[in-house]
Design a protein around this ligand. Structure first.
Ligand code: GLC
Ligand code: GLC
Length: 820
């Protein structure tokens, strides 16, 4: 077992020491409008706001070899050609290092005494990627070499760019002005934006035509111009426009040279697009942008500003536990991943092509849980955008497009869990901020302003959408899918090519599109978990009757679950469209599923009868593995058409008995809730990426961020991770560790402090900024229990219960003594 780098916690960086990571290990640059993906060898691409419609540079997904397309610097010293990031030339370097930090990446390569250190970042409030190249002659002799930069333009619409070649090969246009190469394809006609690539120094040549630079039969690894040691000054005219600067450099021993490159994006008002000749780009804005970062001093200031912004975001919640790995996950990487997930949703990663899905209703609502403490204002806006795509009856479009913010009718609605996440996320927002005014905000239904109602109304229809759509056992109808996209109890068909989630079977067409028999126990348990938040809101608003009515529905649901969905040792998963149990000991395969269990335990369904502990023990017995909890067991080996997509996956992958790290968090929360801190921590440490660093060669994906899935025990690649970065796992594991294990949980009337930790811990400290005040929390565990607050003092005064009150600012000391 092997690792490929190490954490540098003081600098909040992961340091990669070998370019041959088991998969490209990436980072994200940008947090506002201009975004870049960058791998540890400088692969990746940039886009403005929308990864499909405004793609700035080109990238080749699923390419052979992997990770082709990026921003590359080539050095040719007397015929030895190399890249500071090793790829794509792949000349062996004498030294290599990549540091991925908070919104920046530094890649350093050294060859024959020449060192090249490249820092990449997107400054705050800036639509461009800054690349600072520092070249240092560390040898004892003078060195003369040639430097080439390289970026390949994407023709804006990424989908069109990789399909519509009959047109695209004839549209490319550029302009060159001094050391700046402008990309202006379609600028004259259908666009008001262009891009540029510049360097803050004179150049000795350039290339803007890909085939001239690379050579038609060469690749990124052996560009002809670099091999020849000279740019061709080519001018793109159709085909594929690129931008490459060429510079001849001589350095004396010990001498350094710093160059600043900027890859920028500019939008222009339509009437100011051109100079008087009507052809030349009006470059006023571009010049101003270039001016902003064209010296090393300005770059240093931009970097300092970026660091300060991240320090502020990450300073809101911090822990110091006896476990370094927990500290680095909580204080740095998990919070960072939550912010990236907020910004990118599920659009662009090395597993999401940026041209696929829109913003998911359930995904985006769950993401809020992970970042609401960092950027409550943006969370509020996101909640309003989401609620505006809801339908009047509480149903939801499953996805919406970020640019239009309109529900996506291709995918439609009727995913049974969607409305509940809205209650959870709005609840989380209010608990964090105390901003009850969001409930009065007028928010449209179906993006139609004439149908606007207060946000509270959205929560009410969400809650009753479940209540109004129950099946024969009084459990929520499963509809097209619940949280598990691959359990499609209504959308099954034998006809090849039909969609699992959106196909409407003629059998159910008359019933509104989905089975009125298939029921989801997972949604039932989610309802009883989320419902109390809705009741709590109503109570706070003094709506006692409505609160009592809602509570009665929750109680009824719990009773129905216990009566029809408790299998003796765990909760079943569903009833299928034929009224048969799914996820029961009666089933041949898929006898137990993870999803309903955690929410049922935290709702205390059947607690008096010991259902909670039996359930948790069953999860441990049947789902627990060395690398985490599998989704179901045994994996499906046969194809069960009536279940939809789930059994299409080979056993051990994805929703068919993969370790879906997102729902592992629900069990971690439930174990902590039940007071079993040791188990909670065991599960947490199996999937938290920092704990898997030592097995990076098996785990494959980045050891600093969660992936969606780890292959389960039924897979031949048991333990291998996939789909890193953009996953609900980030938010839910942040919740699990911070609110359930560390146990600092915002509530309507204060900050709940009720840890559930490994008994070995002597305690920990935490700092939490909450509603304008700072809480310095010290937890002591002299009796080595997992859970149980024996004494809680706030500013020296003992208080009843575990909820620390809200203060008007200031710093407050919270001391917690655990024990029996
Ligand atoms: C993916 C989807 C998410 C879904 C999960 C389980 O992560 O983004 O919406 O809940 O898969 O199918
Ligand atoms: C989710 C699931 C995936 C499924 C997809 C659409 O992303 O994770 O397994 O294929 O939804 O069906």
């Amino acid at each position: 077992m092997k690792k490929f780098g190490h954490f540098d916690d003081a600098r909040k960086e992961y340091v990669i020491q070998s370019p041959r990571t088991p998969y490209p290990w990436i980072n994200y640059l940008g947090t506002q409008a201009f975004f870049s993906l960058i791998s540890n060898t400088a692969g990746g691409y940039s886009f403005y706001k929308d990864a499909r419609l405004r793609r700035i540079t080109r990238y080749r997904y699923n390419n052979v070899p992997i990770d082709m397309g990026g921003r590359y610097f080539y050095i040719n010293e007397n015929g030895t050609v190399w890249n500071p990031g090793w790829s794509p030339v792949k000349t062996e370097l004498d030294e290599y290092e990549c540091r991925h930090g908070m919104g920046y990446t530094v890649i350093t390569g050294k060859k024959n005494g020449l060192k090249a250190e490249v820092t990449f970042f997107v400054p705050q409030d800036y639509d461009g990627e800054v690349q600072q190249v520092v070249l240092t002659n560390e040898s004892g002799e003078a060195k003369s070499f040639k430097l080439f930069s390289f970026a390949e333009w994407c023709l804006w619409d990424a989908q069109d760019d990789c399909t519509n070649f009959q047109r695209n090969f004839s549209t490319g246009r550029v302009e060159v002005e001094g050391s700046t190469i402008y990309h202006k394809t379609e600028y004259r006609d259908r666009r008001d934006h262009f891009a540029f690539y510049t360097v803050n120094d004179s150049i000795d040549g350039y290339d803007t035509d890909r085939d001239s630079f690379i050579g038609l039969y060469n690749g990124f690894g052996d560009p002809q111009a670099v091999i020849d040691g000279k740019a061709t000054n080519s001018f793109a005219d159709g085909w594929s426009p690129i931008a490459s600067h060429y510079k001849e450099i001589t350095l004396q021993p010990g001498e350094s040279k710093t160059l600043v490159f900027i890859l920028g994006y500019v939008e222009m008002p339509v009437d100011q697009k051109f100079e008087a000749d009507g052809v030349t780009i009006n470059k006023v804005k571009a010049h101003a942008m270039i001016e902003k970062y064209n010296t090393p001093e300005k770059v240093a200031a931009g970097l300092a500003e970026l660091r300060a912004a991240w320090d502020k975001l990450l300073g809101i919640f911090n822990v110091d536990t006896p476990d370094d790995k927990v500290n680095r996950m909580v204080n740095i990487w998990n919070q960072y991943q939550c912010m990236v997930t907020f910004n990118l949703s599920r659009s662009a990663s090395y597993f999401e092509s940026g041209i696929g899905r829109g913003m998911g209703f359930r995904d985006s609502n769950q993401d809020i849980l992970g970042f609401v403490h960092q950027i409550p204002d943006r969370a509020r806006q996101r909640l309003i955008d989401l609620a505006a795509t809801q339908l009047e009856d509480g149903g939801c479009y499953h996805q919406y497009q970020p640019l239009t913010k309109k529900g996506n009718s291709d995918i439609g609605g009727d995913f049974s869990d969607d409305p509940l996440w809205m209650i959870l996320s709005v609840g989380a927002y209010i608990k964090e901020t105390g901003d009850w005014s969001i409930l009065d905000e007028l928010v449209p239904y179906d993006n139609d302003d004439s149908k606007a109602k207060p946000m509270l109304d959205h929560l009410t229809v969400s809650f009753y959408h479940i209540v109004n759509n129950l099946g024969p056992h009084g459990l929520p109808l499963a509809m097209r899918a619940d949280w598990n996209d691959c359990i499609n109890l209504s959308c099954f068909s034998d006809t090849p090519g039909e969609s699992f989630q959106t196909y409407t079977s003629p059998k159910f067409a008359a019933e509104g599109g989905y089975s009125k028999v298939a029921e989801s126990v997972m949604v039932a348990a989610l309802f009883t978990y989320v419902g109390p938040t809705y009741v709590g809101i109503l109570k706070h608003l003094g709506k006692a009757d409505e609160a009592a009515a809602a509570q009665a529905e929750i109680d009824k649901m719990k009773k129905n679950v216990m009566e029809s969905a408790f299998d003796g040792e765990w909760f079943i998963r569903a009833y299928d469209a034929f009224g048969k149990k799914m996820g029961s000991s009666e089933c041949e395969e898929g006898k137990i599923f993870i999803e309903p269990q955690g929410f049922a335990v935290m709702s205390e369904i059947g607690k008096e009868e010991g259902a909670d502990i039996k359930t948790l023990n069953s999860v441990d017995r049947y789902l627990n593995t060395q690398y985490g909890l599998v989704l179901n067991n045994p994996a499906f080996t046969k194809y069960y058409v009536q279940y939809g997509e789930i059994s299409t996956y080979p056993g051990g992958y994805k929703e068919n008995a993969g370790i879906f790290t997102h729902n592992n968090a629900w069990i971690i929360c439930a174990e902590a809730y039940a007071g079993r801190g040791d188990k909670a921590f065991e599960y947490y440490s199996k999937i938290a990426p920092a704990f898997n660093e030592e097995i990076s060669d098996l785990h494959k994906t980045e050891p600093y961020v969660y992936g969606q899935m780890i292959a389960g025990k039924d897979a031949s690649r048991f333990g291998e991770g996939k789909n890193s970065w953009l996953t609900g796992t980030a938010a839910w594991n942040m919740v699990a560790i911070s609110q359930y294990i560390i146990g600092v949980q915002p509530d309507f009337d204060g900050l709940r402090v009720d840890p559930s930790i490994p008994h070995e811990w002597d305690g920990f400290t935490a700092t939490r900024k909450f509603r304008g005040a700072t809480y310095q929390i010290t937890v002591k565990n002299p009796e080595h229990v997992c859970k149980g607050v024996k004494k809680l003092t706030v500013d020296g005064k003992e208080i009843e219960g575990v909820i620390v009150p809200v203060f008007e600012g200031g710093e407050h000391t919270v001391e917690v003594l655990l024990g029996c």
